[in-house]
Design a protein around this ligand. Structure first.
Ligand code: ATP
Length: 480
């Protein structure tokens, strides 16, 4: 396979040797820019990225060594080969100490120049890969397998196969917990860049003022708190895939910047003039209707068309016939058994929180079950009672609030309780926990996170509160 061209910057005041080296390297297919002094080189490095720089050591004005020092101080991402007319061991050593990766004596054979540039580029790529891997390891979880055989999920699997080999953006739409991230990972794994980084970012989880620096990186000192330079997630994902979750939450002010990367792969870190180029496949996800966001002026139309080249609509779990059983069998540990009544109860429920909610319910049941046998007693009340209460419909369940939360919210508001001496600590805790759970629409993982406690502790608290509510609720119908 032919070697990828090297993006090379030649800096030498000797016109003849510089021009002939530049011509030779360009004829070999490399992308070469040549300049005659360090000042020009620095202003170029501000705007463009290069793989390798070949700097002449002795130039009038700023010397090659001083240029190397500036490259180092400004953290410019480039491998430098020093070039000198009077190569001595001492100058070579001082250049290497300052961060040059190689040293060439003038006049150097043009074949040698190319060979050394290839070596430097390899080192450049390895360093970049290393940086990416470090960042990616801390950001990605192992990909989950897409479980389910329903016809609606099979159609999604077919679409994944079709869109994966292209490098085009993909937009995945679906309710929360339907597996949008799992689908994004499946696309990446079936793509040509399966071994390259898969980096995820959730726009809703980041404070608005940090989204730009997280996505595009920042220069040291570009804002309070920017104590070191930082590459953005686009740079970390370079060559691979960036999964942008909750793209509907991307601030309007940043949307043109994202559009630019989608159009020509160029970006600038916050506080930096230098333009960088990246090649990243974007997969975006949203549980909002983006077209409506466009109509309401919250999302740019041009960006919507750019990311919506290929779109996948992920059906909610209630529209995946037979998949609840398959997911139960997949997620229930082998040592457990679920009885028929509990199984059919889970099948009848409409799962407003989709697969995430089902996984939580299964986890909870395995904690509560006696003798590894899961029965109705181990399922949450809202699931057991679903369909049994008067006027209980799928639609009610989809907008459901945890039943005991309803009781709590009717009783007192935590703000009213704070500072009052009329309540016991347990009562305040109960009202607060249930209010948070209500705000999280019954999502216990989310509620536990907000409360800063482990999910198991939340389950234990809910069971305790449930007992208390059962015992003291004067109107039993309130508890469903
Ligand atoms: N078909 C599936 N098979 C197995 N696990 C799944 C499937 N779909 C989702 N999951 C699991 O369900 C959980 C939620 O999935 P995921 O985070 O991908 O959902 P999401 O649609 O991105 O949610 P949100 O919109 O809230 O970010 C994860 O633990 C994921 O591994």
């Amino acid at each position: 396979m032919p070697e990828k061209p090297i993006k090379l910057l030649l800096v030498d005041d000797e016109e003849d040797s510089r021009r002939s080296s530049a011509k030779w390297m360009a004829r070999k297919g490399h992308d070469v820019v040549d300049v005659s002094n360090a000042a020009e080189a620095l202003s170029l490095l501000e705007r463009e990225s290069f793989d390798v720089g070949v700097f002449d050591m002795n130039m009038p004005g700023m010397s090659g060594l001083e240029l190397l020092q500036r490259v180092h101080e400004d953290n410019i991402d480039i491998e430098v080969i020093m070039l000198t007319g009077q190569g001595t061991v001492e100058t070579a050593v001082s250049a290497m100490k300052m961060g040059a990766c190689d040293f060439l004596s003038k006049p150097c054979a043009l074949g040698d120049l190319e060979h050394h540039c290839f070596r430097a580029r390899e080192r450049h790529e390895l360093k970049k890969e290393n940086k990416q891997l470090k960042a990616v390891i801390s950001r990605t979880r192992p990909a989950a397998k897409l479980i389910g055989e329903s016809s609606s999920l099979r159609s999604v699997a077919k679409l994944i196969e079709k869109v994966a080999p292209t490098h085009k953006p993909v937009l995945i739409q679906g309710e929360s917990g339907t597996g949008k991230e799992v689908v994004a990972q499946a696309i990446q794994q079936a793509s040509r860049v399966a071994d390259a980084p898969f980096v995820t970012v959730n726009c809703a989880a980041l404070p608005e003022n940090l989204v730009e620096s997280e996505l595009f990186g920042h220069q040291k000192g570009s804002f309070t708190g920017a104590t070191a330079e930082k590459p953005g997630l686009f740079e970390i994902a370079d060559g691979g895939t960036l999964f942008i979750d909750e793209i509907g939450e991307l601030p309007l002010s940043l949307q043109p910047k994202l559009l630019r990367v989608l159009e020509d792969g160029s970006l600038r870190r916050v506080g930096c003039h230098r333009q960088r180029k990246v090649k990243v496949r974007i997969i975006a996800a949203t549980n909002r209707d983006l077209q409506t966001e466009v109509d309401n002026g919250n999302f740019r139309e041009d960006l919507f068309y750019r990311i919506n080249v290929l779109s996948i609509e992920l059906p909610p779990l209630r529209q995946r016939e037979g998949d609840v059983n398959r997911l139960i069998d997949h997620f229930l540990p082998r040592s457990f058994h679920i009885d028929d009544t509990a199984r059919s109860t889970l099948n009848a429920y409409p799962w407003p929180g989709n697969i995430r909610q089902l996984i939580n319910v299964i986890e909870r049941a395995t904690i509560l079950a006696d003798e590894f046998e899961i029965t109705l007693d181990d399922l949450p009340a809202e699931i057991v009672d679903y369909g049994h209460g008067p006027g209980n419909t799928r639609e009610d369940a989809i907008g459901t609030v945890h039943p005991i939360a309803a009781v709590a919210v009717e009783s007192a508001h935590p703000h009213d309780m704070l500072g009052s001496c009329n309540y016991k600590l347990d009562e305040v805790a109960r009202v607060h926990v249930l209010e948070v759970l209500e705000k999280e629409k019954g999502n216990k993982a989310g509620a536990a996170r907000k409360l800063g406690i482990h999910r198991r502790k939340l389950y234990r608290l809910l069971d305790r509160f449930n007992g208390e509510v059962d015992a003291d609720a004067s109107e039993p119908e309130a508890i469903v």
